[in-house]
Design a protein around this ligand. Sequence first.
Ligand code: ATP
Length: 321
Amino acid sequence: MSLVEVDGVHVVHRIRGAGLFGRDSVYALTDANLTISAGETVGVVGESGCGKSTLAKVLVGLQHPTSGTVRYQGKPLAELRAADVGRRVGMIFQDPSTALNRRLPVAKILRDPLDVHHVGSPAGREERVRELMGLVGLPSSVADAVPSQLSGGQRQRVAIARALALGPELLVADEPTSALDVSVRAQILNLLIDLRDRLGLAMVFVSHDIQTVRRMSDRIVTMYLGRVVETAPAADLPGGARHPYTRALFSATPSLLHPVEPIVLSGPVPSATAPPPGCPFHTRCPKATDECAATLPPLSEAGGHAYRCIHPETLTGVNAS
Ligand SMILES: Nc1ncnc2c1ncn2[C@@H]1O[C@H](COP(=O)(O)OP(=O)(O)OP(=O)(O)O)[C@@H](O)[C@H]1O
């Protein structure tokens, strides 16, 4: 059985706008389907506003689906108690400065989830806090420090330790390094990889940095305008990308090891309040035809690779490494 199943999830926000009764609908996530296996790392890529964070929040229960279901080992997330959610999934946010309570010392931040969910004895919780600090490489000397007394990298280590406090099986990391100094990004990435491997965690890794996502992930999900448009084994990318948008994302951040023919996209991403009919990508796609504008492409699936495109890219084989 899969660890997590995202089944037909839609998230629609109602905002003040020009629509009916002065309200607009923002289609943040449309018919998202995804399974995550135990121990698997799934990378999520796409331009700003394409729904990556919404998907991440849906996975941890911070965003309720407008429709559709998220299941953990077959149980709907909406029916799980908070402690059970915490034992299944932890989340790391982009900016540890805003994600941590700035008034609390590190040890208290890490003890809070254990206290709230009555995990073990008080002495056992103290021991668990020491263990968590060791796990993320924080010296015991910072136990009484508040977040403002720590470096950005140390703050993100605290956030990671807190996400692990209840022993989750899945870690959802939403741009975990983009708010950090370039010099500490690699350290935090290496820490995440090390923890994932030591603890056997599944991971959802959201990032704009497609080359890092490719290196870290088993599978890559490409999102465009709230839709999953391609899911592919990371090892098949970029040369095996079938959706032109995935190919375009890789071509925007070229790699010497994995060269991709440049694809220039026309125009901006359409508004999420009025996604175009048919294929959501057709307004910018160099291969679009009238049919693309008329009909949402069906899902084509083979060998763990799925995409929605009726004019898929041909395989270039440039990904061999
Ligand atoms: N609370 C909200 N109310 C209204 N619209 C929202 C809300 N949250 C997200 N959106 C909209 O939903 C869409 C998807 O947003 P989301 O944050 O998931 O994208 P993203 O891919 O994570 O972007 P980024 O890479 O910039 O973080 C965007 O159009 C965004 O403006």
